[in-house]
Design a protein around this ligand. Structure first.
Ligand SMILES: N[C@@H](CCC(=O)N[C@@H](CSO)C(=O)NCC(=O)O)C(=O)O
Length: 217
């Protein structure tokens, strides 16, 4: 029985897992969760993720949640299949992948998720967009991307001269950022812009990006 991924393709964190599954060529069944009906807060789903958030993954008798833990499991389980996302044969390269995986989660994700929330979810939930929150997080994201700009002067990708899970983890939120008026935070940094164009030109991104939309123009 194949893997079951619970979530929706428009969700950044579900799309992060789908990108990893596609990159590894692993079959899976996507089981939609009806967020509008609050299905993710019902007992059946809370049994899969006690925090009541999508995605969750069932891999045989293993049930996982947290998208980055799920992708790490997939990348490890299928490390000898298709493209090596975690450089498991080279301890130093693998260590750099671990660093930049954390950088995405700890430094990049907080500001970019705040901007995406304000631009997409606040209006959707009938909340007023807080421009001050956007402005401060665009500035914060800019400082993070200044570090990326310097890093990408030394290596083609974040963890080294190889595409890795660390780059892949950036795909879904950045896709949404480019739908906001704040794409300049990427485009005004030439190496970051070139890096984004490179990683978003991979077939995987073409598979996940069409569904990532909340009905915006
Ligand atoms: N750290 C977790 C975040 C999951 C998350 O925010 N999921 C969102 C949808 S993705 O934008 C979600 O389920 N939101 C509904 C809610 O939080 O109630 C992960 O990486 O899996």
């Amino acid at each position: 029985m194949g893997m079951k991924l619970y979530g929706i393709p428009a969700s950044t964190c579900t799309a992060r897992v789908m990108a990893c599954l596609y990159e590894k060529g692993v079959d899976f069944e996507l089981i939609p969760v009806n967020m509008g009906a609050g299905e993710h807060k019902q007992p059946a789903f809370l049994n899969k993720n006690p925090f009541g958030q999508i995605p969750a993954l069932e891999d045989g008798d293993l049930t996982l949640f947290e998208s980055r833990a799920i992708t790490a499991h997939i990348a490890e389980k299928y490390k000898d299949t298709s493209y090596d996302l975690i450089r498991h044969k080279n301890l130093k390269e693998a260590a750099q992948v671990k660093v930049w995986l954390e950088v995405e989660s700890q430094q990049f994700n907080p500001p970019i998720s705040a901007i995406v929330f304000q631009c997409f979810f606040a209006p959707m939930y009938g909340m007023k967009t807080d421009q001050a929150v956007i402005d401060s997080n665009v500035e914060k994201l800019g400082k993070v991307l200044d570090v990326y700009e310097a890093r990408l002067a030394k290596s083609k990708y974040l963890a080294g001269d190889f595409y890795s899970l660390a780059d892949l983890h950036h795909l879904s939120f950045t896709h949404y950022l480019f739908k906001t008026p704040y794409a300049s935070v990427f485009n005004e940094r030439p190496r970051v812009k070139a890096w984004w164009e490179d990683i978003s030109s991979r077939p995987v991104f073409k598979k996940i990006s069409p569904a990532m939309s909340f009905g915006e123009k």
